[in-house]
Design a binder for this molecule. Structure first.
Ligand code: NAD
Ligand code: UD1
Length: 357
């Protein structure tokens, strides 16, 4: 699709990855409409995306499960593709509130797909996660992880991602006009280099980099390192494939371009394929702490504590499928991401919100 003709609907576009992707779309000449129920985000992010892109971004504060409200947006805009970021994403919380996770993630996705079908919208790019692979040390020689690795999620959150992948696969099989890209993200980090948009977790951050940033800015005293006794890690801490959120955002434009260029290979069926989005390189927790310290000049005090339930030794992507088929690869380093995270944090120490009294 030529970028300027029709709209891309960004579901969950007020959130961390969705806001960065909406900006990249606008900068590349796409027209964007954002829907988000704001359960984990702020409308201010969308306003700032518009400010950075030099335009107003149409925004609708609606839940995907609100079919009438969603239908009205699809009726109003000529939508050619959907980027689907909307969902709940905290692994630990999902074990406490599984029904909320199934309802919002799976229910929201079904409502979105039905509305797309009603309005004959032919393309969707879905935010899946490396968490669908589970603990790949259950297999021999499966790291770095290829897309062919058997899936095996270990949390309700991960199960919702797998269920949505299956729903998308079945929908594409049944509808010859539907093209689906499943993007399995590894660990996005950092913020836009402008310092205007970034990650703004509610409450105590679950993820490593937001926690480190809050220690560095003085909001939290010390980092807890969840275990340094992992056999198979160079320093005993788990390995993850961290990638800059702007690189990740650009992966969505690459996926959209791919969907434009492919045709189904099975008569009567649509198209669907999975791609890992990662750097292909694993880093330990200590390596990340040191990279942040080197990039910012701050010291991060930490304590080694017990392992976090559900953590696995190594989630590192085999990224060659995306490199070859999407013509996409990371261009930014972990140091770039730490520098940009710090810029965002110093400019917005309380995220999009105000400092508490
Ligand atoms: P985020 O929470 O910042 O963004 C998700 C957005 O969706 C939020 O703005 C939230 O308000 C909105 N939302 C949630 N449920 C909704 C619903 N029912 N209707 C409408 N809007 C709804 O999270 P993120 O980090 O930007 O993640 C985006 C997507 O990528 C999620 O689907 C997440 O599971 C997936 N993902 C994220 C990571 C990561 O490390 N951040 C890794 C792998 C996959
Ligand atoms: C977690 C989720 C994963 C999700 C991803 C992105 C789990 C088990 N997995 O991945 O499903 O897709 O977030 O949202 O929750 N760490 C610390 N101290 C901290 C925080 C993290 O030592 O305060 C360590 C963790 O043990 C891990 C690494 O840092 O080894 C990265 O953790 P995190 O940022 O939470 O990402 P994942 O666990 O990879």
């Amino acid at each position: 699709m030529a970028p300027t003709e029709k709209y891309v609907l960004v579901a969950g576009g007020a959130g961390y990855i969705g806001s960065h992707t909406a900006l990249e779309l606008l900068l590349a000449g796409y027209k964007v409409v954002v829907v988000d129920n704001l359960c984990n985000s702020s409308e201010e992010a969308v306003r700032r995306v518009g400010e950075l892109a030099g335009c107003d971004v149409p925004f609708y504060a609606i839940d995907l499960r609100d079919k009438e409200a969603l239908d009205a947006v699809f009726a109003k805009y000529d939508i050619d593709a959907v980027l689907h970021f909307a969902g709940l994403k905290a692994v630990g919380e999902s074990t406490k509130l599984p029904l909320e996770y199934y309802d919002s993630n799976v229910g929201g996705s079904i409502a979105l797909l039905k509305t797309m079908a009603k309005h004959a919208v032919p393309k969707i790019v879905f935010s899946s996660s490396a968490t669908v692979y589970g603990d790949v040390t259950r297999f021999e020689n499966m790291i770095p992880i290829p897309e062919e690795c058997p899936t095996g999620a270990t949390s309700p959150y991960g199960h919702t991602k797998l269920i949505i992948e299956d729903i998308l696969r079945d929908a594409a099989t049944a509808d010859s006009n539907l093209k689906v890209a499943i993007l399995r993200y590894f660990n996005p980090i950092g913020a836009h280099p402008s310092g205007r948009i970034g990650e703004d977790p509610l409450g105590v951050p679950n993820n490593l980099l937001p926690y480190i940033a809050q220690v560095a800015i003085g909001r939290r005293a010390r980092l807890q390192v969840f275990g340094d006794d992992y056999v198979g890690s160079p320093d005993g801490t788990p390995l993850r494939d961290y990638l800059h959120v702007v690189d990740l955002a650009k992966g969505h434009l690459a996926a959209l371009a791919k969907l434009d260029s492919v045709a189904s290979t099975v008569p009567g069926e649509g198209y669907m394929r999975e791609w890992n989005l990662g750097s292909g390189k694993g880093s330990t927790v200590f390596q990340i702490i040191h990279a942040f310290e080197a990039a910012t000049g701050k010291t991060i005090p930490y304590d080694i504590v017990g392992r976090r339930a559900g953590d696995v030794l190594n989630l590192t992507a085999k990224a060659t499928r995306a490199n070859k088929e999407l013509n996409w690869a990371v261009t930014l380093s972990i140091e770039d991401a730490c520098r940009d995270l710090w810029h965002w944090t110093t400019m917005n120490p309380y995220g999009y919100g105000k400092q508490p009294e």
